[in-house]
Each structure stands twice: as structure tokens, then as C-alpha cells.
Design a protein around this ligand. Structure first.
Ligand code: 2U9
Length: 344
């Protein structure tokens, strides 16, 4: 046993590893679970009590020598160039990794928000699960309106009508909550997800995203509405984009209108995006119906307001020429990575 220890002691003292794999081989050979030191300690158990006294000390010193050598070399290799990677050219560029990108709907929603923020609008949010009052009744929807039908709305709890609970069909419920809980003036936009009971196709989905807006104060006029939305279009689609307003009907606005913009793809000369008309409808708007103001606790003799609503998908389709709504919710990275945002 002494002979073996002398031989290994000389080997350890002479050992000088330059590479990480040599050092690891040293560790396994001497200090590993099936290594020489473990083997010597196993043999030690079988020697007589006389020998135990002398060899115990020798064996412990030997073990200490191996451990010290190992940690000394390990430390040296960490302090100097990494022995395992000594032959790697560290001046070469590293492997790149792909950054994610913002969803196109997020990019466009943020752009819309930025334009209105610059005009002094604040951003307001509300629940996606709504009661009948905030989603329909306060907004002047008559009892028999088709939007209140199971075919159009996802009901969570269908009771007597006024107690119904549903997934909101528009973000207008946020305006109602805002007016109920505050005092005019209100100048806010409401971005959010809304739900409609529709079969999924290239042109329709059971959920989509809206930005609605509300401006209530004394003397707010239809001229204010037109100028605000005209400015919004210039900012979003560029100077020179034309707008036109067509009369329309919504239960919650009177008068109501739909707004078209000159086709941003063909600049009005006609293409299949605008169905060769030169115009594309992008939003609905109008003066808030006095009944709605009163329902929300606002004095309609003192205050007037305008409101508008748009589908973010529609605005995005026009901006990026996307023809299938389903692309927005499939999370196919080949689609998503085409939209690079400046802020990651
Ligand atoms: C209150 C009062 C008035 C919000 C409005 C529209 C017109 C509109 C549609 C556009 C496409 C919904 O996403 S869409 O399907 N919206 O046409 N929305 S005025 O009017 C309000 C809202 C709340 C208290």
C-alpha cells in the first residue's frame, strides 16, 4: 500500500494540466467515486489495527495532496485563458438570436392611442364581461334590437333581459361607466377586445379589437367631431388622405355617420382593396344621443358630446394590406415577424 501511495504521490506532484479535459481526467482518476483514493480507503478497511494507525495518517495526507492539486489547477485555469476554449477565436462574432416583434394589432393600436393622446385624450379601460345595462340599455338599444339576440351576442347568463350578463360586444360600455362615475368634461379613448357571435371566416371573427372615443363638454359640435377625425386620418395614413362622411344610424348617436378615407393603396384611383370605388370605410361616429347622456347622469341640456368607434383589424388591414382576419389570431411567426417595431 505504501508503495502504491509513493508512486501516485510522485505522479500527482508531476501533474500539470493545460486543458480542461486533462484536469477532469485527473479528478476522475484520483478523486472520482470509483477513483484511486476511494479504492485505497476501501483497502484500508481490511488492514490490521497496527497498520491502521500509520496508514491512516499517510492516506489522509495523500488525499489532501490530490485535492489541493486539483483545486490549484482548477483555479489557475479559471484565472488564465479558459483551457477548454483556448483554441477558440474570441474575436469572431457571436451567434445571433432573433428578437420578437410586436403584434401588428398592438402596433396599430399604439399608433391610434398616440394620435389621440397628443390631442389630450386619456386612455380608459373596462371589463370584458358586462351586464345588460352597460352594454345595451344605457346605450339606447331597444328591447327587441337584433344585437341583443343569442345569434349576435355571447351570453354568460341569460335572465330577464335587464339582468343578462354577456361578453361585451363593443367598448362603449367603458364610456358609460366613465360618465356614470365622473363629471364632464370627458375626453377619452377606449381600446379593447370585443366579442360577437359570428362564424369565423376571412372577413369575420368571434372576437376583434376596437378603439372607441368620447368627447363630452359644453358646446361640443359635429364640426369638432369632423375636425378631430380628419386630423386623426392625416396622422395615421399621411397628409392629403381625403375623408368623407355618410349619414348612418346607431342607437347611441344622433345624428350618426360613417367615415370613409380615400383608399391608401391606390390613392383613390381604384383597386380591389377599395372594390374599385376609391374609398374605404374605417369608422362610425356621431353626436352622443341625449338619452344616453341622461342615462349616464349627464345633463343633456348643458352638455353635448361626440363619439366614434373603429375596428383595429380593419385599420390594420388597410395599412398592411392583410386580407384574412384569421391571420391575426393564428400566431404564425412567419406572419408576425414581418411587423418590426422600433421599440422592442
Ligand atoms: C357612448 C355613446 C356613444 C361609439 C360609436 C360607432 C359609432 C361605430 C363601430 C365601428 C366598427 C363598431 O368596430 S365596429 O364594428 N362603431 O360605428 N361607435 S359611434 O358611440 C358611443 C359609445 C358610447 C356612451
Amino acid at each position: 500500500m505504501q508503495e502504491k501511495i509513493d508512486k501516485y504521490t510522485a505522479e500527482i506532484k508531476a501533474f500539470a494540466a493545460t486543458k480542461a479535459d486533462e484536469l477532469e481526467a485527473f479528478r476522475i482518476k484520483f478523486l472520482g467515486t470509483k477513483g484511486i483514493i476511494k479504492d485505497l480507503f476501501d483497502q484500508f478497511k481490511t488492514v490490521g489495527p497496527e497498520e491502521k494507525r500509520t496508514f491512516g495518517k499517510v492516506l489522509n495526507q495523500f488525499k489532501q495532496l490530490a485535492e489541493e492539486k486539483y483545486s490549484e489547477l482548477k483555479e489557475a485555469s479559471a484565472n488564465t485563458a479558459d483551457t477548454a476554449t483556448a483554441d477558440i477565436d474570441k474575436t469572431l462574432p457571436g451567434d445571433g438570436f432573433e428578437l420578437g416583434s410586436r403584434h401588428p394589432l398592438t402596433l396599430v393600436r399604439n399608433e391610434i392611442i398616440d394620435v389621440f393622446k397628443r390631442l389630450g385624450f386619456v386612455v380608459a379601460e373596462g371589463p370584458e364581461i358586462e351586464d345588460d345595462w352597460h352594454n345595451f340599455s344605457a346605450l339606447n338599444f331597444p328591447e327587441e334590437h337584433p344585437a341583443r339576440d343569442m345569434q349576435d351576442t355571447f351570453f354568460i347568463k341569460k335572465n330577464s333581459g335587464t339582468d343578462d350578463i354577456a361578453l361585451r360586444t363593443h367598448t362603449s360600455s367603458v364610456q358609460v361607466r366613465m360618465m356614470e362615475n365622473g363629471k364632464p368634461p370627458f375626453r377619452a379613448i377606449m381600446p379593447g377586445r370585443v366579442y360577437r357571435n359570428e362564424a369565423i371566416s376571412a372577413r369575420a371573427h368571434c372576437f376583434f379589437h376596437q378603439v372607441e372615443g368620447l368627447y363630452v363638454d359644453e358646446n361640443v359640435s359635429f364640426a369638432d367631431l369632423k375636425q378631430t377625425l380628419y386630423h386623426f386620418v392625416q396622422e395615421l395614413y399621411g397628409e392629403g388622405t381625403k375623408v368623407r362622411f355618410r349619414p348612418s344610424y346607431f342607437p347611441f348617436t344622433e345624428p350618426s355617420a360613417e367615415m370613409d378615407v380615400s383608399c391608401t393603396i391606390c390613392k383613390g384611383s381604384g383597386c380591389n382593396m377599395c372594390k374599385y370605388s376609391g374609398w374605404v370605410e374605417i369608422l362610425g361616429c356621431g353626436m352622443v344621443d341625449p338619452n344616453v347622456l341622461e342615462n349616464c347622469g349627464i345633463d343633456s341640456k348643458k352638455y353635448t358630446g361626440f363619439a366614434f368607434g373603429m375596428g383595429i383589424e380593419r385599420i390594420t388591414n388597410l395599412k398592411y394590406v392583410i386580407r384574412d382576419l384569421r391571420l391575426f389570431s393564428e400566431n404564425d411567426v412567419r406572419f408576425l415577424k414581418q411587423f418590426q417595431s422600433e421599440i422592442i
